[in-house]
Design a binder for this molecule. Structure first.
Ligand code: UN1
Length: 514
């Protein structure tokens, strides 16, 4: 077969600039200083698309100050009117679906359908948040005293600092921002330094939405830069909640700093997600579920399937089918509608993958497929890599480590208890699933002594959650919940109110005084 064509960096730059222009951002208007610059690269070629000025500490301070000032008024705007801003944002995101998907593909390397899917998550969460803007319910509570009413109110919290990662450069921002805005908070966003262009597009569209519905511009501020920028957000006492998505190493730095000032944290850190496959599983469905979750997004989701825990009686049969399916995966230009696997974010990600594969083999693992780099001549600065499957004799250290690349480690089990124990015996606790036709096995996996993860699925892979559920996980994943369900509560503060409408002053617990 002829080598697939890859687009050139200049073409990608033009395409990105056009998409940004339609979102109201003039890429050429951004100065390109030699130092203090944030390079926007594309993993499709490894080339630099633009160099953007990094936000200076003084500018970051001013942005936080403005978000903080704006919050003083925004919190008193009725929630359904705050919802009007998010409704308009959702409409603009839908109108610019293709532009945003282009930018996601260009900066994060996602295939078209996954890039569009990411934009769909943004539109969906806006819908959810608009509905939520009329449903920020508190409770009334049965009090113990006559003539008293006990209730709770939910109030806006303050400035939310959003720190997001390259792999979901826009959806994770939208989960936080759409919900925070209807909750009456303002947002300061530090996107990954790998994806500044998608961030500019989102910021541009939100600014337009705010202008159109006469909401203050200061409800949202964008910081472009690396670590120092994030650190400033983390340490600033005017930032009430730091919602950070990224590695466990990042979370280890962020959490104690925020705790030191008694701020709030919402952490979405690493995952090391497993699927258990039992003998009664529907293997056709299982193979499709595994391949999407393990090789989709080139293994770069926090929910990516990284461990397969398969019953020993069906292991050979299942792995043969998975390896066969991997052999059919078209790899290359993510803009090509036939492609299912795009590039890794950087050559460094490929180095990490190779090191992990070597470590797995040293520990007795057998590489069944993948790991080799492709298209190196066409794109020497990019990293197109075949997704790998490694059969492991046991759950060794490398299996217990999250490598942000498409490596699926396969392990076998004999009893379901053993499978559950293997699922849980990793430091992370984000997502998990079981493939089975047996109701008892499924319920056992979902039970209190089953999977210890924040997301636990049956007959579906570990990735690709809908926005309506709460998203997040336990242990080193950080414990936070974002997106749907009642995750909004993390973005508000609760006040417990006791109102005495009687002429007496009975004290609680029957205490007598005065
Ligand atoms: C992430 O990888 O940071 O469940 C988020 C999923 C997506 C979100 C992943 N809806 O795979």
């Amino acid at each position: 077969t002829p080598a697939p064509q890859l687009p050139g960096t200049a073409d990608l730059r033009a395409r990105a600039a056009a998409a940004l222009g339609r979102c109201g951002v003039d890429l050429d208007a951004y100065p390109a200083p030699a130092d203090g610059a944030v390079p926007a690269r594309t993993p499709l070629t490894g080339g630099v698309l633009a160099r953007l000025a990094a936000t200076t500490p003084a500018q970051a301070d001013a942005a936080i100050a403005e978000a903080h000032r704006t919050f003083q008024d925004w919190r008193t705007v009725p929630a359904p009117r705050r919802g009007a801003l998010v409704k308009r944002l959702g409409e603009l995101l839908a109108a610019h679906r293709e532009d945003l998907a282009d930018l996601v593909t260009i900066e994060a390397g996602k295939i078209r359908s996954e890039a569009l899917g990411e934009v769909q998550e943004m539109i969906d969460i806006c819908d959810f948040a608009v509905g939520l803007s009329r449903q920020l319910y508190g409770r009334t509570i049965a009090g113990e005293r006559p003539g008293h009413r006990l209730s709770e109110s939910w109030h806006p919290l303050g400035v939310v600092g959003v720190v997001s990662a390259f792999n979901f450069p826009v959806a994770v921002w939208s989960w936080n921002t759409a919900v925070a805005l209807v909750c009456g908070d303002t947002v300061v966003w530090k996107p990954s330094e790998l994806t500044p262009l998608t961030a500019l597009a989102c910021d541009g569209l939100l600014a337009r939405a705010a202008a159109e519905v006469a909401a203050p511009a200061g409800v949202h501020r964008l910081l472009l830069g690396a670590r120092e920028c994030g650190r400033q957000l983390v340490d600033d006492p005017r930032v009430a909640l730091v919602s950070a998505t990224g590695s466990v190493a990042m979370g280890r730095q962020v959490a104690p700093r925020v705790a030191a000032r008694f701020g709030r944290c919402l952490l979405e850190l690493g995952g090391n997600n497993a699927a258990v496959v039992t003998p009664s599983a529907d293997l056709d469905l299982t193979v499709r579920g595994i391949v999407f979750s393990a090789a989709g997004t080139a293994g770069q989701r926090c929910t990516t399937l990284r461990r397969l825990i398969v019953h020993e009686d069906i292991a050979d049969r299942l792995l043969e089918r998975v390896v066969h399916a991997y052999g059919q995966l078209p790899l290359g230009d993510p803009f090509d509608p036939a492609t299912l696997v795009g590039p890794l974010v950087s050559p460094a990600a490929h180095t990490a993958m190779s090191e992990a594969l070597a470590a797995a083999q040293r520990a007795g693992g057998k590489l069944l497929t993948g790991g080799e780099r492709c298209l190196a001549d066409a794109a020497p600065d990019a990293a197109y890599v075949r997704p790998a499957v490694v059969r492991m004799p046991e759950q060794t250290d490398i299996v217990r480590t999250e490598t942000f690349a498409p490596i699926l480690y396969a392990l076998t089990y004999r009893t379901l208890d053993e499978a559950v124990a293997l699922n849980n015996d990793v430091p992370q606790g984000l997502s998990s699933s079981i493939f089975t036709g047996d109701l008892r096995e499924a319920e056992r996996f979902l039970a209190a002594d089953g999977s210890d993860c924040g997301i636990t699925n049956v007959n579906i892979g570990t990735s690709g959650a809908e926005i309506g559920g709460a998203f997040g996980g336990e242990k080193e994943t950080g414990g936070g919940r974002e997106s749907g369900s009642d995750a909004w509560r993390a973005y508000m503060r609760r006040a417990t109110n006791t109102v005495n409408y009687s002429a007496d002053l009975p004290l609680a617990q029957g205490v007598n005084f005065l």
